[in-house]
Write a protein that binds this ligand. Structure first.
Ligand code: NAD
Length: 386
């Protein structure tokens, strides 16, 4: 195979973005061959914009097309693992939008289907993994530059969403249609990066606030406190209702500190590991010498979507390592599920999460949800976003 024939399932906000760079020829060795959407108006809008494309009214119909090699799933979250499992069973490679799913059991089911098809690729659109600053941070943590992990702190409050955003789709911000709020829609990127760079915490205490400052049933604000196996701690603070917002990721280790903020990565290194210093220093007041070290990392402003698709295509065609395998999507999702469960039940939640307990608690919220399928929405311009 020299060209991968791709189908997009769901041509709303982000499906339209994926269609735009695929039809513009920005992904070598890939071609957009078909689109599927349950809303005929979305199919009509996409063909009006991108020219004639084979259109299907359901994911199943597109998956039955033998001309399609791979699919990009860009539907609301609940469908991600369900359509992924269907697609893999139909012999298609899968690139699913984030989050991997709403609850871990559905993702585990899709991964079980993937395990039966080792020749197929199942990846996730974790486009922020392509940001050179996060890649550098991961390298600095993993190569020991920061020493032993002590504390992580991420304030991510600059993905502002007004009421009009929430009103733009019936499924949005409802337990039955979306399955969560800021933690599940905006934050899967940061929750993934947090664990990708710093590793998984071992237990979580979460506080979520439903419908705070927005007329929605899910959380618009959350704070989580986590503990790691080695005694390190972490705090994650998020909301969609703050402006001007902050995006500050701070990682402290025994040998230094790293901060990513304002499109900049800064690194401070201690001349001596804090534990060694503490062991030997006798002067009372005093601390290890410390200096800022320039780090050569360029912010290119690229959202990373095309890079993930290029990596997905190259992995399938030439075997380059896959940047965001779907199995890794379970980790960030487990953290958000744990934050919810902890908040709902006012208790510590241990990781790995008890997926059945989370699903039971989520299902209680789905039963009383306002969402009724069929509610229509509108396509928003995603330029400059995400
Ligand atoms: N990676 C990113 O940067 C990024 C950005 C935005 C959205 N997303 C993700 O993409 C997904 C879609 O978000 P959106 O904002 O584009 O939503 P949207 O509502 O604008 O689009 C979803 C589309 O899917 C269609 N659809 C719904 N159910 C379907 C089904 N069963 N089969 C086929 N089509 C179906 C809808 O009619 C709609 O056109 C979400 O999961 C979101 O988290 C990712």
């Amino acid at each position: 195979m020299t060209t991968l024939h791709i189908g997009i399932i769901g041509v709303g906000n982000i499906g339209t973005l994926h269609a735009s760079y695929l039809t513009a020829g920005e992904i070598p060795h890939a071609e957009l061959s078909a689109i599927a959407d349950i809303d005929p108006a979305r199919l009509a809008a996409a063909t009006a914009r991108f020219g004639e494309l084979t259109c299907y009214p359901t994911a199943g119909a597109l998956l039955a097309d033998p001309a399609i090699d791979a699919v990009i799933i860009a539907t609301p979250h609940y469908f991600h693992p369900l359509i992924a499992a269907q697609a893999l069973a139909a012999g298609k490679h899968v690139l699913s939008e984030k989050p991997a799913g709403v609850y871990t059991q559905a993702v585990e089911d899709a991964l079980a289907v993937a395990a039966r098809h080792p020749d197929l690729t199942y990846a996730l659109m974790y486009n922020q993994r392509m940001n050179p600053a996060y890649q550098k941070a991961r390298e600095l943590v993993q190569n020991g530059t920061l020493g032993e992990l002590r504390r992580t702190n991420w304030i991510i409050t600059d993905w502002y969403r007004s009421q009009s955003y929430y009103n733009s789709g019936g499924w949005r911000a409802t337990w039955a249609g979306e399955g969560g709020g800021v933690l599940l829609n905006q934050d899967p990127h940061q929750l993934d990066l947090w664990q990708w760079i710093c590793g998984m915490p071992s237990r979580v205490m979460g506080f979520t606030y439903n419908g705070k400052r927005r007329d929605v049933e899910v959380e618009t604000e959350a704070t989580a406190y986590v503990e790691y196996e080695n005694g390190a701690t972490g705090v994650f603070v998020t909301t969609t209702t703050e402006t001007p917002g902050t995006n500050r990721f701070e990682i402290v280790g025994s040998r230094g500190k790293l901060v990513i903020e304002d499109q900049r990565l800064r690194l401070w290194r201690n001349a001596q590991d804090e534990a060694d210093f503490n062991h030997t220093f006798q002067g009372g007041f005093g601390q290890p010498d410390c200096s800022e070290v320039p780090v050569d990392v360029a912010f290119d402003g690229d959202s990373g979507h095309q890079k993930i698709v290029r990596n997905f295509v190259s992995h399938i065609l030439t075997g380059v390592p896959l940047m965001s395998p779907a199995a890794e999507g379970l980790r960030g999702l487990s953290i958000s599920n744990a934050i919810y469960l902890s908040s709902w039940e006012h208790r510590w939640v241990e990781l790995p999460i008890d997926g059945a307990a989370f699903l039971k608690a989520l299902n209680r919220r789905r039963e009383t949800s306002r969402y009724r399928p069929g509610t229509t929405g509108r396509v928003l311009d995603t330029e400059g976003s995400y």
